[in-house]
Design a protein around this ligand. Sequence first.
Ligand code: ADP
Ligand code: ZN
Ligand code: ZN
Length: 654
Amino acid sequence: MTQIAEVAIPVPLHNTFDYLCKEEVEIGARVKVPFGHKKVTGVVLSHKDKSKFDKLKEVEEVIDSEALLSKEILEFLLWSANYYHHPIGEVINNAIPKNLRNGKPANIKKPSEITNTSSSANFELTTEQTFAITEILKNLEKFSGFLLHGVTGSGKTEVYLSIAEKVIKNGGQVLILVPEIGLTPQMISRFEERILGRVVAVHSQLNDTQKQDAYLLAKTGEAKVILGTRSAIFTPMPQLGLVIVDEEHDGSFKQQSNFRYSARDLSFMRAKFANVPLILGTATPSLETLKNVLENKLSRLNLSTRPGKAILPEVNLIDMRAQPSEALSTPLIAKIKHYLELDKQVMLFINRRGYAPIYYCTDCEWQSECTNCDSKLVYHRSINRLKCHHCGIEKAPESFCPSCNSKNLKILGSGTERLEENLETYFPSAEVIRIDRDTTRKKKAFASHLKKINSGVPCIIVGTQMIAKGHDFSNLAFVGILDVDVGLMSTDFRATEHLAQLLIQVSGRCGRAHYKGEVNIQTRYPNHPLFNYVKDSQYTEYAKTLLTERKDTLLPPYAHQALICANAKDKNAAEKFLNEVAQLINNIDIKSVEIWGPVPGVIEKKSNYYYFNLYLQSADRSELRRLIQTFYQHVEKIKVISSVRWYVDIDPIE
Ligand code: ADP
Ligand code: ZN
Ligand code: ZN
């Protein structure tokens, strides 16, 4: 019997496509269909009695005899597509591993062995841990949201493990999302050691077969724990019993290309669809999450101290106005020396890789800049090249100033590479371990650095924000933070929130065992109010002042934003397009939405494309949604020159 199947196809179009199908086909199954001159893999969304189109093409092959996407996952994907106004075909494409996207059969190839034992923790839980666990266990059978607000090192992971154990004992599966660089071998092995059953980690370093196996092991229910980065939110888990988002404040839960979703935000709907509890864990909750607590959408559970003898470190400032203009101040060098003599580890955080961020002429104003982007080229000494950190081009440094022909060219400022070199001069016998994108490019490099640090040998760790998160280094006694002042001066309204989170997270890396750690922050603005809160670990109090500011100025989370971004090689074309969009939107009769722009992007030119933004904001989310829907219905009227690329970003964070 021939039937009509509505099929989602991975193309940037907002409609779905009808095909005739001679075989039985389940909703959620993949089919191979002709599309234009090509054959593509699509997913069946529904069966239809009739189509508004005649002359339908035929499904060429039914790939899955059994649905690949269950009803529950499909509903979740449709909800996501609708919320982000993104084509369902692309949303599905983003959600399934490459092999399955390309139509490969859904068979498990080489499941990894189950290596775990099930050992219990060798310590007593604290009263706060026990309370948090009991509260969540009371709510296993329904959707309920929790903020597990625990200072760094307070034992949040122990809470996850205890609840996960229980959920799995009851026959459930557990989904844990972690930030991009938070998925460490240490984290994986903690779950493997404790959980009876298969633990599957999903991350970018898996090959395509491993990714497909991980997906299918989750789908068949064989994997009891799925530990993954943001895209794991779409993993099919028929027995899903608990969703955890660790370090919920982390920016990497937002995807910043193509399908722009926030896995943190979507975790609410995922848990709601499955009717199970959601735990958002962090030491530094985002303002969005704190507002949800104030509005009783999340219940807060506190872990206010570190267990056992571990205590939070003491935080002090170094006033850089009184220091020579070097990367390392005299007091900082003295501290490093002191802690190395005690056989402790020391960590220095600087959020810039490379050797020096500026290459310039001392005789005129010239600075080496990228020809494709609005950005300075960064000097990398090991390869003696200037590199653009936005588009990746590189070249040999000029030997004459292109502007005045002078030979007096110099570098200015410091990145991780130069800091490493300075430290080797000051402390010739100390081991320096640098962790940044340049030193961890090779597959296993990051893991082997971490292994060394975890062995506890005295050393100096230098790194970018790759070292800020999640790690638990027990012999680390001192943290130095360099160059945070950019964050204080930023025009981004979220900059101080993010800086406070970063400072507390970085500080939290030390003093985890029986040793009170110490943190020094170098700044030229020691009187900035943010530091008082960071010094006293008063994140919540600081967040409260920020929330009040946002409320008074009507900014997120007290307003909802959407961004329409256009970019083109021709600057005028991008701006003109957005001007027309602005006009169109102004004609839509929805008054509660404010429009701002078009304005140039923070970096206006990237890889030879000029970026412009149009911001939409409303206190009423449904009005904003309605406006964007209307905009999509009419946008075809604007004649887009093919060279203009554009997208809509819902709840933008940049
Ligand atoms: P967080 O996830 O909050 O950063 P972890 O769960 O990693 O904290 O715990 C930090 C350290 O404290 C770990 O080494 C963990 O094994 C240990 N720990 C956790 N809970 C307890 C406890 N109740 N008693 C003693 N040590 C604990
Ligand atoms: Zn010059
Ligand atoms: Zn560039």
